[in-house]
Design a protein around this ligand. Structure first.
Ligand code: THU
Length: 140
């Protein structure tokens, strides 16, 4: 689903906002929710889950994708990242790599905040020339 309209995004925005309310972020106090449409039309959400061993923190985007895979969904058409930050939250580098694994390069990712400010990127814009499963085909 490319170039979704403002209204098409709304169910994802609501699910991502709900997910952010379940974020486990006692260290950063930076709650993030993510929600994605699967190619079968389902919405799957995730939130960030931190750890006292800080490096084990998992971002909302990767938990969202992992949650979907557990439920048998491996293809996605769009994702929303929700935070209550005046500067919109873009996906981190690690999440860009994981998004590139499961989304078409033309798929869209939108950051949105509590003020309903929005920014949309294509997956290609987030990670041009990504290393993908195609790079492992016909390896020497
Ligand atoms: N975080 C996400 O969940 N997604 C992002 O796109 C950026 C960062 C989380 C990780 C950590 O729990 C907190 O935000 C601060 O980095």
């Amino acid at each position: 689903m490319s170039n979704q309209s403002f209204n098409d995004w709304q169910p994802l925005v609501e699910k991502a906002k709900q997910a952010s309310q379940n974020a486990y972020a006692p260290y950063s106090h930076f709650s993030v929710g993510a929600a994605a449409y699967t190619s079968t039309g389902k919405i799957i959400a995730g939130c960030n889950v931190e750890n006292a061993s800080f490096g084990l923190t998992v971002c909302a985007e990767r938990n969202c994708i992992g949650h979907a895979v557990v439920n048998g969904e491996q293809k996605f058409t769009s994702m929303v990242i929700y935070t209550e930050q005046t500067k919109l939250t873009p996906p981190c580098g690690a999440c860009r790599q994981v998004i590139a694994e499961f989304f078409e390069s033309s798929a869209q990712v939108m950051a949105v905040n509590h003020l309903d400010q929005r920014k949309i990127w294509s997956v290609f814009e987030l990670l041009p020339d990504a290393f993908t499963p195609q790079d492992l085909i016909n390896k020497d």
